[in-house]
Write a protein that binds this ligand. Structure first.
Ligand SMILES: *Cc1c(COP(=O)(O)O)cnc(C)c1O
Length: 376
């Protein structure tokens, strides 16, 4: 299959060929963004010939060409992974973490139309947009220097608005520093101020894919989450952006409408959804299994530790939050950020030791840093 595809590259139109060369070149120094590159979905390629569409609810059969049985297996896997209530969970394969966050907030708004959403200033940009789309009231909470929510600020804000329902957007791995908001602490605060109705959505875009494997489950359904969103294209890796959202089924049941035209329930954000994405996530789960995913995670954590040591040794103050693949450092010179495609935010930058980022790349990056420091 691969050979067949490679053969076709030589017959490509010039524009495509140029783009192919560029993208294959640029994918090499890609250490600043959280996408795995070690995947191989060759076995899925034959399905690209067909328009597989998982339109609407994965648990309600729709007309014709879908792979909802695969999608349901994915949802079941994650329900188990996140300790969702046995008979009260639901979910679907999304087009990414942002859509999962939108879904969680949508459910929260349907449950608590007058609720206020609390989220930290380190929250992903998709959340503000989602709140705008949903027209929800919100309060931004300060972050601690490591990127974690400032719980004292949260307590203060809650106290001022204690008559309103509380919707918490908890970060389980912030975008810049991979900091985790501590859900048990947040729940403790809700209890302390006797908040009557609350909803907790966990944005676990990157870290949600592996934290439970390390025994770090304090953000799961057992520990107070009402919904959890993750990105599939980050830790698993995928040529097509995707994700998974998991919610309590009783909440979802409030929003579905039956649509005759598609023969299913319209319980998802987008109508048509790529069946290929469901196949890709299913394939990744089957191929690695929990053990394989844990192995990948351990390799990434070891690489992150290695990078920190190497950077510290040349005087770069690199650090990570616990259980994080993300190594944070003062913003390197622009040329380095550009070459290695580092994401920067004010005065910091990060390298994310994703599956596929090898020691050789990390060491080459450290060499570049060393050189830049010696000339500056
Ligand atoms: C990447 C990311 C998202 C958005 O995920 P997409 O899959 O890009 O839509 C949301 N939250 C956090 C913390 C992220 O890192």
């Amino acid at each position: 299959m691969v050979n067949h595809f490679l053969l076709n590259i030589f017959n490509m139109e010039n524009n495509l060929k140029n783009f192919y060369d560029k993208i294959s070149e640029r994918s090499k120094n890609y250490i600043g963004y959280p996408v795995a590159t070690d995947y191989d979905y060759t076995e899925i390629y034959p399905f690209l010939q067909y328009s597989i569409n998982n339109v609407g609810d994965p648990f309600v059969e729709s007309n014709d060409m879908h792979c909802k049985a695969f999608e349901r297996e994915v949802v079941d896997f994650y329900a188990n992974f996140f300790n969702a209530p046995k008979d009260n969970h639901w979910g679907y394969v999304t087009n990414g973490g942002s859509e999962g966050n939108l879904y969680g907030l949508y459910l929260a708004r349907e449950l608590y139309p007058n609720g206020i959403v609390y989220y930290s200033e380190a929250t992903h940009y998709s959340v503000q947009k989602n709140l705008h789309l949903l027209n929800m009231d919100s309060i931004v909470i300060r972050s601690q220097p490591n990127g974690e929510m400032d719980y004292e600020d949260l307590a203060e804000m809650l106290q001022l608005n204690r008559q309103k329902s509380v919707i918490i957007m908890a970060n389980i791995g912030t975008t810049m520093t991979e900091a985790k908001d501590h859900v048990p602490t947040i729940r403790g605060i809700l209890k302390k101020y006797a908040i009557k109705s609350s909803y907790i959505h966990c944005d676990a875009a990157l870290a949600g894919s592996y934290l439970p494997l390390l025994g770090a489950t304090d953000f799961d359904f057992n520990n107070g989450a009402d919904s959890i969103a993750i990105s599939g294209h980050k830790f698993f890796g995928s040529p097509i952006a995707n994700g998974i959202v998991l919610v309590k089924k009783s909440y979802k049941d409030r929003i579905g409408r039956s649509i005759n035209y598609i023969g299913t329930l319209d319980t998802t954000i987008t109508g048509s959804r790529s069946g290929i994405n469901a196949l890709i996530v299913w394939y990744a789960i089957k191929k690695w299994g929990r053990e394989g995913m844990l192995q990948r995670t351990m390799t990434c954590l070891e690489n992150a530790a290695h990078l920190r040591v190497q950077l510290n040794a040349i005087g770069v103050k690199a650090w990570s939050n616990p259980n994080a693949l993300t190594v944070v450092m003062p913003k390197p010179p622009t040329a380095i950020c550009k070459k290695w495609q580092l994401a920067t935010d004010n005065d910091i930058a990060h390298v994310i030791c994703m599956p596929g980022v090898t020691r050789a790349y990390l060491d080459a990056f450290v060499e570049d840093m060393k050189e830049a420091l010696s000339v500056s």
